[in-house]
Write a new protein. Structure first.
Length: 425
């Protein structure tokens, strides 16, 4: 259950209107607007024990109403004199008071427009859109492009190269402060696209290489995301927008990415998935060239890849595998006399580190391509819609998880002396 202090910010609205802010209209502190089917509500709020005022969006009908988006997260208003309106240039602007002298926050739109030509609509998806005229399809700006800590169904997370937009989640600082916190969930499009949960600039958890079979070790739930990767865009979108279920993804200020759904029977938000949750979820828990096994509860969770041995045997057998493993043989020996050994049911290594990908290559061609290049340390043949592809690694093999079932097959380059053995450290 979510902390009750998060739910104490909502004041009963003085005035509630449906859906739209038009020219010469405004929302003052105490007023709210709601979406057409009263699913979401926009207005002023104070989080937790704070007295500062923010403009945000929250669920309108459920008893517990967590905020899903904040406009002025970095610049709160100190009293209840704030006003939200469309200015003469057609932008949505938050002023500190009705004198309109101090701008707290505003939308950024390109092109020429004016206040008589734009309106603001709160949609039943939770998306706040600034549109040209009354045509809701002509979107000039939308809150879904600038999320805070929450991903809602229908929202894209990722990169739009055409408009140079990178949408990602960032945690609140605390339950009392929605300002940008330490944790973020964002796309890394280098190599094979992957999403990372960061603590500052440090990688904290990784989704896995595309195409994803499992988004995490921590769940048996099916992956709800649709993934799109083309020359213009690389993003994920939550397919739950086609259902009536209330669900959201949140990066909380403790550093956990959660999937929450509303349970009508228990009248509360339920966590159905979270990461990182177990030691093997932590990025690089077992260092380079080794796997981490979340199912190995009693024994060592870290296992060196075929052809590798612990960097520090002493630390390794004391249960600390963070230094990872090193090759038993020189790379030249593997190149001239070696081959590949399969490791099954894995979360593939970090593909943003010295990795190469071809989305139209057979398994046999993938193996030949890696074998020809002495710098190629491992490869995996990918099952891609409409065919197969190849992912090859040329640097450290990092953050590999070993599952009891499911996962991908992964081929590690080894010396010929390893090809007839099954012994692993």
């Amino acid at each position: 259950m979510l902390p009750s202090t998060l739910l104490l910010f909502l004041l009963f609205p003085f005035c509630r209107s449906v859906g739209t802010i038009g020219p010469n209209q405004y929302v003052k502190d105490g007023d709210t607007i709601v979406s057409k089917e009263i699913k979401f509500e926009l207005g002023f709020f104070s989080p937790g024990n704070s007295s500062y005022r923010y403009v945000g969006i929250w669920y309108a009908k459920v008893p517990q109403k967590p905020v899903v988006w904040v406009a002025n997260r970095e610049k709160p208003i100190t009293d209840s004199s704030g006003v939200l309106k469309i200015n003469r240039n057609g932008s949505l602007v938050l002023f500190a008071d009705n004198k309109e002298n101090l701008v707290i926050w505003s939308t950024k739109i390109s092109g020429k427009t004016n206040s008589s030509g734009t309106s603001v609509q709160l949609l039943d998806t939770g998306n706040l859109v600034l549109v040209q005229g009354e045509n809701s399809d002509d979107v000039l700006w939308q809150s879904f492009d600038y999320p805070t800590d929450t991903m809602l169904p229908g929202m894209k997370l990722g990169l739009n190269r055409e408009v140079q937009l990178n949408s990602f989640l960032t945690s609140w600082k605390s339950q009392d402060d929605p300002g940008t916190g330490d944790f973020s969930y964002r796309l890394n499009s280098t190599g094979s696209p992957e999403f990372f949960l960061y603590n500052g600039s440090t990688r904290y958890w990784r989704s896995g290489s595309w195409p994803w079979r499992n988004i995490s070790v921590s769940t048996s739930h099916s992956n709800p995301f649709i993934f799109v990767n083309n020359q213009v865009e690389t993003y994920i979108i939550d397919s739950a927008h086609n259902t009536s279920e209330l669900s959201r993804y949140v990066v909380n200020y403790h550093g956990t990415l959660q999937r929450l759904t509303w349970n009508d029977i228990e009248s509360q938000w339920k966590e159905i998935w979270a990461a990182p949750k177990y030691p093997c979820d932590q990025y690089g828990e077992c260092g380079a060239f080794s796997t981490c096994s979340p199912d190995n509860i009693q024994g060592l969770k870290c296992t060196c890849l075929p052809g590798y041995e612990p960097r520090s045997f002493e630390d390794w057998y004391q249960g600390d595998g963070s230094d990872g493993c090193v090759s038993k043989q020189p790379q030249v020996s593997k190149c001239e006399n070696g081959g590949f050994k399969v490791v099954q049911n894995v979360k593939l290594p970090d593909a943003s580190i010295s990795a190469w990908m071809d989305t139209k290559m057979s398994a046999a061609a993938c193996k030949r391509a890696c074998l020809r290049n002495c710098s190629c340390l491992a490869y995996s043949s990918l099952e891609i819609e409409g065919g197969s592809g190849c992912l090859a690694w040329y640097g450290e093999l990092m953050d590999i998880l070993l599952f009891a079932e499911e996962g991908s097959d992964f081929y590690v380059r080894v010396d010929s002396s390893e090809l007839g053995t099954c012994f692993l450290f």
